[in-house]
Design a protein around this ligand. Structure first.
Ligand code: ADP
Ligand code: UDP
Length: 237
């Protein structure tokens, strides 16, 4: 597999063409951003941890019936994935109130939710990723009703699988963001990444944050938290 031209550089990853038109090469960076790019920094070793963690979790999910874009890990930071057209919706699943949910609804962070919730935001940096409901998404032609149903079904199934995986690592899965895409035949699959950048992961006993909130909120020991969560994953995968 040869690495072709760079097609895109995002905030956390670079995307390259390959000699197969159906495949892309994704390269994970150590760059970290928060608050829609307003806060910028570097988390040493993050690219390699996020790449390997995302691949391990996508493999775990595909063994449990979730179709994903993962094809092959090339090296510490780089992975071959199936090329999709991304559905421009950030899909957020929550088990415990935190972040914008806690703020918007005046709930103390850490309050368990009676049922898992799902919400969508429109993946559009210029607009600041605004919240969007299903009617808005279909009205704008971002996804069909059937695609949204598939995305919801997969997302709740992924939540169950990841909750039980992280519980074995003594980690609480608080919330996370997913992205889905369409293969050329229209099949919906899980894409992008699942990592401490896109999930809130708390130590099950102490509640210590082992995710990107350490960077967002200047809590210190950012690199150490990424290393710790990776170590726990490796002990249980
Ligand atoms: P952002 O664009 O939000 O800054 P990244 O730095 O993570 O994010 O860039 C990776 C980009 O690649 C994102 O826009 C993501 O939607 C897209 N992407 C992820 N997986 C795939 C895939 N399998 N096929 C095509 N695009 C993908
Ligand atoms: N999230 C993400 N990318 C985003 C926004 C959110 O990966 O652009 C993840 C975030 O890491 C958390 C979950 O989605 O695990 C819910 O985030 P929330 O809406 O609470 O936003 P925040 O508090 O980060 O603004």
């Amino acid at each position: 597999m040869t690495k072709g031209e760079q097609l895109y550089e995002g905030k956390a990853k670079k995307v390259f063409a390959t000699d197969d038109p159906e495949l892309l090469l994704v390269s994970y960076k150590d760059d970290a951003t928060a608050f829609n790019g307003l806060k910028k920094g570097t988390i040493e070793g993050k690219g390699s941890i996020n790449n390997q963690m995302s691949n391990a979790l996508m493999r775990y999910l595909s063994e449990r019936g979730i179709p994903t874009h993962f094809v092959k890990e090339i090296n510490e930071r780089e992975t071959i994935v199936k090329k999709v057209t991304i559905v421009p919706l950030e899909v957020i699943v929550r088990n415990i109130a935190a972040g914008s949910f806690a703020k918007n609804y005046g709930v103390e962070e850490g309050t368990p939710l009676s049922n898992p919730t799902i919400e969508f935001s429109y993946k559009n940096d210029a607009l600041g990723d605004p919240l969007m409901n299903e009617y808005h998404a279909t009205a704008l032609g971002l996804a069909t009703e059937k695609e949204i149903q598939t995305i919801k079904d997969y997302s709740f199934q992924i939540n169950k699988e990841l909750q039980s995986f992280w519980a074995a690592c003594k980690v609480t899965l608080v919330d996370f963001k997913l992205e889905f895409g369409r293969l050329s035949d229209g099949t919906i699959i899980l894409a992008d990444e699942i990592s401490p950048d896109t999930c809130r992961l708390w130590d099950a006993e102490s509640g210590e944050k082992l995710d990107k909130d350490r960077f967002r909120r200047d809590l210190g020991n950012v690199e150490e938290a990424y290393q710790e969560i990776m170590k726990r994953l490796q002990q249980h995968i």
